[in-house]
Design a protein around this ligand. Structure first.
Ligand SMILES: [Zn+2]
Length: 423
């Protein structure tokens, strides 16, 4: 790969100012021919050439060309970042064997019969088609990683490595031909892309251990919220066979006007019992009595079977019934006395009313009023703190059916699987 001179790097970085304020990142330096390391000094830096030199980079970022030139003098090997969400947002398109963002964009465009218009485009130094597409800012778009397979969104609070930076693999980030600022206007994010991003707003990423088997098309590695640890197939089947509706469809029963509605009904049941674990849903779906050649027919996003399962997941977000649970450590309901109730009611309806006035109105002592109010205020604050901690620690949530319940109705299903032709 050709080396870029510092002048060439500088001119690309200066062009990037139109995309947002610029700040220096640690660059990559060549320790020995072909051996690039991050300038931060960590030989095994996991974010080589991509992390800011300063903690307060957001404050120090600048569009002043003189300042940027000074940085080039001060840090001759630096890479540069562009703050997103100010002058532009970026879609970070990552091309990897297991999640190809270009393919995802292709599918989206095919699905909607529309093209993403030309816009400012930075090819990453990886040299494999990975790129950053810049669009005019949109306040509704948030910075999120892996929002769709191979796609990250960089908006407010985020940044992108700027053109002119060097990639750990040796290449340079650079503007695609005729798609640099000044040559190419920034487009607005197309509606269909915007809605595709919004649809996945509540989704998180599939845990690494749960990614689809390589037998499935790579593009179908669509993020699925990991709801809980997957259960063994036989446990799931055991539970399904105790569900009259699931069993009916599993055995190939039909009751809807069209076969595809029956497929969807089974898929929805699988979504429930497999806890949205798509690989497991797929395995079982392909073994069900509803199976027919249509299951392997191609759809714009993979096979008919996968498309159906995917829809089932999307349509059953509320399938899991949360078990009633007491907040650990929370005080069991100590009912306030009638006097306390009266005090609190008055206090809530008129927060400005002094304790003395409340005491006079209710014929109680001021001390009694003060105690009631302070006690219940404290209890509320404690509960709020508990709830807050709960949200942060993300304790495993129990779902119905619980493991215990499934165990209790567990049946040996190995014989059932043997009877079926495994698809
Ligand atoms: Zn580093």
């Amino acid at each position: 790969m050709a080396l870029l001179s510092n002048e060439e790097r500088e001119s690309q970085v200066l062009l990037s100012r139109e995309l947002g304020p610029i700040f220096p990142l640690y660059g990559v330096i060549e320790l020995a021919p072909g051996r690039l390391v991050c300038e931060c000094g960590k030989l095994d830096c996991r974010n080589a050439g991509k992390h800011p030199r300063w903690r307060n980079f957001q404050k120090r970022a600048s569009v002043d060309p003189n300042r940027i030139r000074d940085w080039f003098d001060e840090f001759p090997h630096a890479n540069y970042g562009v703050l997103t969400g100010i002058a532009a947002i970026a879609i970070d398109v990552d091309v990897r064997p297991d999640s190809n963002g270009l393919l995802t964009l292709d599918y989206l465009q095919i699905d909607h019969g529309r093209r993403i218009s030309y816009t400012v485009d930075v090819l990453t130094g990886r040299g494999n088609g990975s790129r950053h597409l810049y669009f005019s800012p949109d306040a509704t778009v948030r910075t999120r990683a892996k929002v769709l397979p191979g796609l990250d969104v960089r908006a407010a609070g985020g940044y992108c490595v700027a053109a002119g930076s060097r990639h750990f693999y040796g290449g340079y980030y650079h503007f695609a031909e005729e798609q640099a600022p000044g040559e190419q206007n920034m487009a607005a994010l197309p509606d269909f892309l915007l809605s595709a991003l919004a649809e996945t707003a509540a989704k998180s990423v599939l845990a690494a251990s749960e990614t689809l088997s390589s037998a499935l098309p790579a593009a179908l590695d669509i993020p699925v919220p990991p709801i809980a640890a997957p259960l063994p197939d036989r446990v799931v089947l055991g539970a399904m066979l105790h569900d009259p509706v699931a069993r009916f469809y599993w055995d190939g029963g039909r009751r809807n006007p069209t076969p595809s509605e029956d497929d969807f009904a089974l898929a929805a049941k699988l979504a429930f019992y497999c806890r949205h674990n798509l690989p497991q849903m797929y395995r079982l779906f392909m073994r069900s009595g509803l199976w027919r050649p249509k299951f392997v027919e191609c759809r714009p996003v993979g096979t008919y079977a996968l498309w159906t399962l995917r829809r089932a997941i999307d349509h059953t977000p509320q399938t899991w019934i949360r078990k009633e649970r007491r907040i650990p450590g929370a005080k069991r309901g100590r009912r306030p006395s009638p006097e306390s109730k009266a005090i609190l009611e008055l206090h809530r309806s008129q927060p400005a009313l002094p304790n003395v006035a409340i005491a006079l109105q209710l014929g109680l002592t001021v001390k009694r009023v003060r105690n009631a109010i302070s006690y219940h205020k404290r209890a509320r604050a404690e509960n709020a703190a508990l709830l807050h901690n709960l949200a942060i620690t993300r304790e495993p949530v129990e779902y119905y059916p619980t493991q215990k319940k499934i165990d209790s109705i567990l049946v040996e299903t190995d014989s059932i699987q043997d009877e079926r032709k495994v698809g």
